[in-house]
Design a protein around this ligand. Structure first.
Ligand SMILES: Cc1cc2nc3c(=O)[nH]c(=O)nc-3n(C[C@H](O)[C@H](O)[C@H](O)COP(=O)(O)O)c2cc1C
Length: 195
């Protein structure tokens, strides 16, 4: 079983992170961090209250034993160390604040430290930065990480699969994010050329 870190940070679109969590848990062990702002945004955008949720409750909700949950200040967690082996890390969605911290090596929170470790250990990191519009500060931070091999996968939908519902848009985004980590999925209709 593969082992991934998933961080949900305080940008709009927590539902994409939650859908990704569901998919990852089908085949993988997941180590989950949800920032404080992400918990609040999740509650306001989806009605799901993650602020006081315990690992046991999360395991019941997702019907799994392969889910581990950490608070964002838990810097002594195993995932804060490069000696704890993981197959990759996702940050979905990724706020501009977390993006900035990572691109500057400023590892204060567990999300930032785990990402810093993932980069130094040369393991795959996929981030989904969400802001609109983007300033040159945001773009420079993304460029710096892209040059280090980080996959920058913003939550930008495509319309060639002709999505009819928001759920289909979310599945497309999650499918593309999984593609970045080379995880097989059929969450969206792939472009097959003109028929
Ligand atoms: C309702 C709400 C929506 C937000 N949406 C975004 C967003 O889409 N992108 C972003 O970069 N920041 C957004 N922010 C600001 C971040 O949450 C803020 O910068 C925070 O410090 C991020 O911290 P974190 O990355 O540790 O979660 C939003 C804040 C709130 C309250």
């Amino acid at each position: 079983m593969k082992r991934f870190i998933l961080a949900i940070t305080g940008a709009s679109g927590a539902i994409i992170g939650i859908r990704l969590l569901e998919e990852l848990l089908k085949t993988s062990e997941v180590h989950l961090i949800i920032s404080d702002t992400a918990s609040k945004i999740t509650l306001s955008e989806t009605g799901i209250d993650l602020s006081t949720i315990a690992e046991e409750t999360l395991r019941k909700k997702f019907n799994t034993d392969s889910l581990f949950h950490y608070d964002n200040d838990q810097l002594w967690a195993p995932i804060a160390s490069g000696s704890f082996k993981i197959d990759g890390m996702f940050i979905v969605p990724c706020s501009m604040k977390t993006l900035s911290a990572i691109s500057n090596g400023y590892a204060v929170s567990l999300v930032e430290r785990a990402a810093d470790v993932t980069i130094k250990e040369k393991r795959p990191l996929v981030i989904s930065p969400r802001e609109m519009p983007l300033s040159s500060i945001h773009l420079e931070n993304m460029l710096k990480l892209a040059r280090l091999g980080v996959c920058i996968a913003p939550p930008i939908p495509a319309f060639y699969p002709k999505p009819a519902t928001v759920q289909e848009v979310i599945d497309f985004l999650v499918g593309k994010i999984l593609d970045c980590m080379k995880i097989e999925n059929d969450l969206f209709k792939r472009w097959g050329g003109k028929t």
